[in-house]
Design a protein around this ligand. Structure first.
Ligand code: TRP
Ligand code: MN
Length: 482
């Protein structure tokens, strides 16, 4: 362990005198010195790379490679999240628990995107609130684990840490941390983002296509039929507007952002670039990065790294997070009090959210810290089925979302969004919902590389139920204003 003592709170990352001089002396593409301070601190959940030379080679290559996103785009998302913090927009963040290199296919990416767009239409339609769309996509390849090793039949090997690090098969070769995978993850993320951008900007995401997004899904569920009815209504509204001579180009493309857990600091640091406009460092691996529940130590490397980058950032808060910790994150990660810079993604569990969340929200609000509050109803509701499958109940997931909305309604604050693990495929990983997946069905299509995801039908259903809550939130806010 590296020493953690005698660290005074770091100065605001906007005190640019240091970053300017550091980038002046650094080679053109090297990450600015300001994004390297994490190296002096203990970094949780990092793999042991057995071949440091190979790691250095890969990281040097990544430091020269083009960034995947632009600082301007990150700033735009930050503005959108500012609207979420003010209660003027709602965040929909979703995607796989863990992306896999072998899972990168056009069909899978398109199905995931169409699912998210369908959910976005449902949410936007219900409450006439803008929805900020963010995928857990193009970088979600590193996983924190509860133990560094795994033992089977007396054999102990390093644990699987996601496709960015190693491979899940239980052999010494598969479990060896291979830095070449960081490069492959970068390439897979670039290819994914390329398709996402084409889809979002081209005709496929045009609202007039909303009725086609349900095509190809095996979906004779109530949620599927409800979506068809809703998209017909949207089409009618668009035809009406067109007949009136209005055809806003805002409806033809969708604004979509990419996010992942900023877990593997070698990867994130290598892809950090100084913004050419300001010289300030941005992680260019994705628009929004978050710190996980297992790596949020205040004196740890992750918080330090995140304090230096200028992207919008999020912190996951579990049931044991304290109000003082929340304030400390605000101080470390958002010393300037910028709206949209900091999002708290709370994942308390359906049985605890009503009891644990209020203290956090109250203290943060009392201190006038601008944050967006987002509900992750997945990670606090995982259990093992009798068959041994890790699963989640749809009813628990919805109960946590409801609890999250209830807490904010009671406190007069804003339920800002949802963060969910989902896939466009017809998997059987979570139980319950309209398609009524039972525990006995789990083995049929259990394909996740990590946690259980909502399938397409369950995702749509979640969107409809959340839309109802959002409509009530909007109604209450309108009543309060008039
Ligand atoms: N551009 C708007 C938006 O991003 C409207 C829009 C176009 C849209 N295509 C969409 C909304 C698909 C949801 C889904 O919100
Ligand atoms: Mn997960």
């Amino acid at each position: 362990m590296l020493p953690t003592t005698s660290r005074t709170p770091s100065p605001s990352p906007a005190s640019t005198s240091t970053s300017a001089s550091a980038s002046a002396s650094a080679p053109a593409h090297a990450p600015g010195e300001t994004a390297e301070s994490w190296r002096d601190l203990p970094a949780a959940q990092q793999p042991e790379w057995p071949d440091p030379d190979a790691l250095r080679q890969v990281v040097t290559g990544l430091a020269k490679a083009p960034g995947l996103v632009l600082a301007q785009e990150c700033d735009r998302l930050k503005r959108r999240l500012g609207a979420v913090a003010r209660g003027e927009a709602f965040l929909l963040q979703g995607g796989d628990c863990a992306e896999t290199l072998s899972g990168v296919s056009g069909e899978a990416i398109e199905a995931k995107l169409r699912t998210l767009l369908q959910m976005a239409v449902v949410l936007t339609h219900a409450a006439s609130v803008p929805v900020v769309k963010v995928g857990r996509v193009a970088g979600q390849y590193g996983k924190p684990r509860s133990r560094p090793t795994e033992t089977r039949d007396g054999v102990t090997l390093p644990v699987y840490r996601g496709d960015a690090v190693n491979s899940p098969e239980f052999t010494p070769e598969a479990r060896r941390a291979d830095p070449g995978r960081l490069r492959r993850v970068y390439e897979a993320s670039a290819a994914t983002l390329n398709l996402v951008r084409a889809f979002a900007a081209g005709g496929a995401a045009d609202l007039e296509q909303a009725h086609t997004w349900n095509r190809g899904f095996i979906d004779d569920s109530p949620a599927g039929r409800r979506y068809t009815a809703l998209s017909d209504e949207v089409s009618r509204a668009l035809r009406f507007m067109a007949a009136c001579g209005v055809r806003p180009h805002e409806l033809r493309a969708v604004e979509f952002f990419a996010s992942h857990e900023g877990l593997l600091l070698e990867y994130e640091a290598a892809l950090t670039r100084a913004d050419s406009r300001t010289g300030l460092p941005y992680a260019t691996s994705g628009h929004l990065l978050w710190i996980g529940e297992r790596t949020r130590a205040l004196d740890g490397a992750h918080v330090e790294f995140f304090s230096r980058i200028r992207n919008p950032v999020a912190v996951k808060l579990g049931p044991d997070a304290t109000a003082d910790e929340a304030l400390a994150y605000a101080e470390r990660l958002n010393p300037l009090g910028e709206e949209g810079r900091l999002t708290f993604v709370v994942r308390m569990g359906a049985d605890r959210v009503r009891e644990r969340l209020p203290a956090l929200v109250e203290k943060v609000t009392a201190n006038s810290v601008p944050v967006a509050w987002v509900c992750d109803p997945m990670h606090g509701n995982t259990f093992e089925a009798a068959s041994g499958h890790k699963t989640r109940r749809f009813e628990d997931i919805m109960d946590e979302v409801q609890g999250f909305f209830d807490v904010h309604a009671a406190l007069g604050t804003h339920a800002g969004g949802i963060h969910v693990e989902l896939t466009g495929d017809d998997v059987t990983e979570c139980v319950g919902g309209g398609g009524n997946v039972r525990e006995a069905d789990l083995h049929r299509r259990y394909e996740t590389a990590c946690d259980p995801r909502l399938n397409h039908t369950q995702s749509l259903e979640l969107a409809f139920l959340t839309a109802q809550m959002l409509r009530r939130r909007k109604g209450r806010e309108q009543a309060a204003r008039s």
